[in-house]
Ligand binder design. Structure first.
Ligand code: PLP
Length: 373
């Protein structure tokens, strides 16, 4: 999708906020614990290369991404720090993992056997850096049997073209007040580590929520994602251990303002009919930008006043009810602060019955990201 720069709609990313969020976490971590900035999915919609750059300034020492392509994007952006992929990679991508020096998770011995066979016919130059993944209760990827895990660890240590660089797990409930299941997962991870005769360079268990609420159990590296963007991983369930500053605001402008008579239909399906004469403003953002149809009935800020989105959200535009006439070109804030009032991504998520992670990632590629530091 082409980025629509010739339109007043844009996401403004406060890089200083990201840097400060990371600095606060780094300051809390024990000396020998690394922070890898999780910049998958285009930095949760904030821009991968830009947020990775500022993450290093804040004290990050490596990165996590989801896919090979996201790893390549960082390497081509000039980053030489460790990059760990978080998803399973097909064996046929081994040449890329080697060439771009991307660390990656392995969760079965079959994968290692297939990789060994692949390397017979396609030799590589740089060794492959493996993080063994342990499924302690997320049910997603990872070894379940400790026997198989031990077998993989022993096998890796005999292979010249493999480096056993890490071992890790992922918690399913680190953002919840009830830590019963978290404790079970943590015990399983500790038990898995105890089975191994030695440990690799990185032992890691923490996403943002674990870092914030179970700091004692992160190992020697944290995979710090949502909190670096200033969002509380739990939504509103748990207070953050330190203040997080949201980095993203979403703004646009009024492109038309008109006085409609009582009884005028607004938008597709005529779902809103003016109950009296009303000032209606049009804003150039719609569901193709990630501002979904369920946002009908929610509000945006104009000059510090909440204005309701009336009628259905269109693909590229929406209409709002204004308390009085405003000039075209007046700023509209969809996420962020305006004149002392604010709309948070968490509030948008609640309107959409989802989590702010999804709101950030749904903001489409059409919306330009503008960086301020
Ligand atoms: C996405 C992801 C993270 C980061 O999680 P946050 O909640 O955003 O901090 C960490 N670890 C894994 C395995 C992930 O997939």
């Amino acid at each position: 999708m082409v980025i629509s720069i010739h339109r007043p709609t844009k996401a403004i990313i406060d890089l200083k906020a990201i840097k400060e969020n990371i600095e606060k976490e780094v300051a809390r971590l024990p000396e020998a614990t690394d922070l890898f900035a999780v910049v998958k999915a285009n930095g949760y919609g904030h821009g991968a290369v830009e947020t990775a750059t500022v993450a290093l300034e804040g004290g990050a020492t490596g990165f996590c991404v989801a896919t090979v392509d996201e790893g390549i994007e960082l390497r081509e952006g000039g980053f030489s720090e460790p990059i760990l992929l978080l998803g399973i990679v097909p064996v046929t991508d081994i040449p890329l993992l080697s060439h771009y020096d991307l660390s990656f998770p392995v969760s079965t011995n079959e994968w290692l056997q297939e990789a060994a066979a692949f390397l017979q016919s396609q030799p590589i130059t740089n060794p492959l850096k493996v993080h063994l993944k342990v499924d302690t209760g997320m049910g997603r990827i990872g070894f379940i049997s400790t026997d198989e895990l031990l077998e993989a660890a022993q096998w890796l240590q005999q292979q010249p073209m493999f480096v056993w660089e890490g071992i890790f797990t992922h918690f399913a409930t680190a953002d919840q007040a009830d830590d019963t299941y978290w404790q079970q997962q943590n015990q399983r991870f500790q038990a898995a580590l105890d089975c191994l005769p030695e440990l690799p360079r990185y032992v890691h268990a923490g996403n943002s929520a674990t870092a914030l609420w179970h700091a004692e159990a992160v190992g020697n590296m944290v995979r710090y994602g949502i909190a670096m963007y200033g969002l509380n991983p739990s939504g509103t369930a748990l207070p953050s251990a330190y203040p997080l500053k949201p980095a993203l605001s979403l703004v646009s402008e009024l492109v038309q303002v008109k006085l409609l008579e009582k009884g005028a239909g607004i938008g597709y399906g005529e779902t809103y009919i003016t109950p009296q004469a009303e000032w209606i403003g049009t804003v150039p953002i719609g569901y193709a930008d990630g501002w979904l149809r369920k946002m009908q009935g929610f509000s945006v800020l104009v000059a510090g006043e909440y204005c309701e989105i009336v009628g259905r959200v269109c693909m590229d535009q929406l209409m709002i009810r204004l308390p009085r006439p405003f000039a075209t070109g007046t700023k509209v804030t969809l996420i962020g602060e305006d004149n002392g009032q604010s709309i948070t991504m968490q509030q948008v998520a609640e309107q959409l019955d989802t989590i702010h992670y999804e709101v950030a990632c749904t903001l489409s590629a059409r919306v330009p990201r503008e960086y301020k530091s």
